[in-house]
Design a protein around this ligand. Structure first.
Ligand code: FES
Length: 148
């Protein structure tokens, strides 16, 4: 049986050989989200030193695009400051994979949202105040999330 959805080479590379898969021991921040469109789930854990994300891992129960977007997100994030990582959007994730089939664009939401929640979790645990914008974005992600 052939898969009717055609993924590009970069997506298939990340799917076949995902980077940074698993869970960090004693993470500094953890973000979990569910995709309201399909029910797939993703967990991202981060280590932070001096405001820089030094390590990141993901666990994803999802489709080819979900695994590939998780993997590429971890490669985008390592070594970035929290502020830089926070700005990684759903589109940036899809662009880093050189595009996703239109029907799979919603899959890129999981990675950027889980990353964002991990950063917010870190900030809350370390008493770093959230801006109005950050609170709003977190609320929006939680409202869209079906598994909470
Ligand atoms: Fe669920 Fe792709 S179909 S994340």
């Amino acid at each position: 049986m052939t898969n009717p959805i055609k993924y590009n080479k970069k997506v298939m590379e990340h799917f076949s050989n995902p980077h940074n898969m698993g869970e960090l021991e004693n993470p500094d921040g953890v973000g979990e989200v569910g995709n309201p469109v399909c029910g797939d789930m993703m967990k991202i854990s981060i280590k932070v030193e001096d405001g820089i994300i030094t390590d990141i891992k993901f666990l994803t129960f999802g489709c080819v695009a979900a695994i590939a977007t998780s993997s590429v997100t971890t490669t985008l994030v390592k070594g970035k400051t929290l502020d830089e990582a926070e700005k990684i959007t759903r589109k940036a994730v899809a662009d880093a994979l050189e595009g996703l089939p239109p029907i799979k664009m919603h899959c890129s939401n999981l990675a950027s949202d889980a990353l964002y929640k991990a950063i917010v979790d870190y900030k809350k645990k370390h008493g770093i105040p959230l801006s109005e914008e950050e609170i709003g974005r977190e609320k929006k992600i939680d409202e869209e999330d079906i598994h909470e």
